[in-house]
Write a protein that binds this ligand. Structure first.
Ligand code: NAD
Length: 496
């Protein structure tokens, strides 16, 4: 079936949603029996009851995950067996693609077409890639003297807690559970309270694929009630977090306050998009607009600050404005929608607050800035561009996490780099120039985990993703991610 022939409204009419937790291979209500409402941002309507897990459920999940790890039902399987099961998991995700895509869209508002073609595909690819790699990574023998062997091996850590955000719920989960499971760990996944549905479905699929009960558990609930007891737990060996910088700082503290579990944080961003005077300005504008307004602007690495030579600023704005008709918010269940709903009312209000702040501080709002489609009951904002922004303004300094772009002019290349690096974040950056030396020097000078040269949002599971500075530590994706979920062991063998 081609994507455009999928009738998402019909599929929704036949969809059943189960908001219960997944512990030790079974769907279970929270021990307290409490639930909370899952509200769809498409129309503001409740779509499901979600188990409101708490410390009691955390205990049950940790016990199940620990028992599973210690008895080796997964950890001691051969890498080849784990590979086959993870590949099966990935295949079943693809078989359930439409259901998963619909759940993602109902839950957090992105266009269903993108949920299907980007989110489901990317999650399935991650599971497949880490499955395929795990029987191909070798350990080391050190170049020691002849009378001893120094073996350097990597071993599964044990129980991993993965705490993830709502903007790419399935992808963020897959980036963590795929390498963690491939390495032989047990996992407890805590999805965002704003987007728990696909994580719960993934747990059912994992069991069907052959991942033994207890190895992969999912606890829906609030950050303070599930995330923090997980990160503070004395019997969890590793916490892998993706989310805001503020909560990321707490996660590092929880690890320090408890058992010094390994703590990995993939955090926020305010990524600069530097355009020099000699750049292909039209191509730059197109690339930037596609990246900043994709996913309603709710992307950690969105290029939210354009830093542009003032001689080409007008041309950039003109081209950007010509592209605006491609990004008007609409019902995400309609196939040609390119911009859906903001995840919830709280985030909608945050975005509108920043738009007001930009106007109040004197930036020039050249397009957008409006809440629209209120009659639907959902949360929609028009794509917004501010010109003549100063890097000291609130809209240039703080992560908005919505469809808002700030354009800042510079007079010389050194000033461009200074402005680009003048941020607490360091997730991604882009540089546009036809001069290879200028582009290369800028790429070296920019303090960020991923630099794009004459492009943006190039993406592949083979490359690391993560930040410098307050955008976090550690890296998701690529073989490097396996380092987060394994301990390094040295074994000396005396040769008589
Ligand atoms: P958030 O920090 O509010 O929440 C993230 C997760 O942490 C959720 O599951 C939440 O329930 C949980 N949580 C909240 N308080 C907690 C606490 N005290 N203890 C433990 N867990 C807690 O972030 P969000 O609003 O869900 O997501 C948006 C943020 O995520 C943005 O800042 C964005 O840049 C960032 N993000 C980063 C990346 C990356 O790879 N660097 C990717 C996607 C999103």
């Amino acid at each position: 079936m081609s994507n455009n022939s999928i009738n998402w409204h019909n599929l929704r009419d036949n969809l059943t949603l189960d908001g219960r937790a997944f512990i030790n291979g079974k769907r279970v209500a929270a021990k307290s029996s409490q639930v909370f409402d899952c509200i769809s941002p498409i129309d503001g309507q409740k779509i499901a009851d979600i188990a409101r897990c708490g410390t009691h459920d955390v205990e049950l999940a940790v016990q199940a995950a620990r028992t599973a790890f210690e008895d080796g039902r997964w950890a001691k399987k051969s890498p080849k067996d784990r590979k086959n099961i993870l590949i099966n998991f990935s295949r079943l995700i693809r078989e359930n693609a439409e259901t998963l895509a619909l759940m993602e869209t109902l839950d957090m508002g992105k266009p269903a077409n993108y949920s299907l073609n980007v989110d489901v595909t990317s999650a399935a690819n991650s599971l497949q890639w880490y499955g395929e790699c795990i029987d191909k990574v070798y350990d080391e023998i050190a170049p020691t003297a002849d009378n001893a062997l120094g073996l350097i091996t990597r071993e599964a850590m044990g129980v991993v807690a993965a705490i993830v955000p709502w903007n790419y719920p399935m992808i963020m989960a897959a980036w963590k559970i795929a390498p963690a499971l491939a390495a032989g760990n047990s996992v407890i996944l805590k999805p965002s309270e704003k987007s728990p549905l696909t994580a719960l479905k993934l747990a059912e699929i994992a069991l069907e694929a052959g991942i033994p009960a207890g190895v992969f558990n999912v606890l829906p609930g609030y950050g303070e009630e599930v995330g923090s007891p997980l990160a503070l737990h004395m019997d969890i060996d590793c916490v892998a977090f993706t989310g805001s910088t503020n909560v990321g700082k707490k996660i590092m503290q929880y690890a320090g306050q408890s058992n010094l579990k390994r703590a990995w944080a993939e955090l926020g961003g305010k990524s600069p998009f530097v355009v020099f005077a000699d750049a292909d300005v039209d191509a730059a504008a197109e690339s930037c607009i596609n990246a900043i307004f994709f996913n309603q602007g709710e992307s950690c690495n969105a290029p939210s600050r354009v830093i542009i030579d003032q001689s080409v600023q007008d041309r950039f704005i003109e081209k950007a404005l010509s592209l605006m008709p491609n990004f008007q918010p609409a019902n995400p269940l309609i196939n040609d929608t390119t911009m859906g709903a903001i995840v919830d009312e709280i985030q909608l209000n945050n975005v509108m607050h920043y738009i007001q702040a930009g106007k109040a501080e004197g930036a020039n709002c050249v397009t957008g800035g409006e809440q629209v489609l209120q009659e639907t009951g959902g949360y929609y904002v028009t794509p917004t561009i501010f010109n003549h922004v100063k890097n000291s303004m609130k809209i240039a300094r703080e992560e908005i996490f919505g469809p808002v772009l700030s354009v800042i002019a510079f007079e010389n290349p050194q000033e461009a780099i200074n402005i680009a690096n003048d941020t607490p974040y360091g997730l991604a950056a882009s540089v546009w120039s036809r001069d290879i030396s200028q582009a290369h020097l800028a790429a070296k000078a920019l303090r960020a985990g991923t630099i794009h040269v004459n492009c943006y949002d190039e993406d592949d599971i083979t490359v690391p993703f993560g930040g410098y500075k307050q955008s976090g530590n550690g890296r998701d994706k690529s073989l490097h991610a396996l380092e987060k979920y394994t301990e390094l062991k040295t074994t000396w063998i005396k040769l008589a």
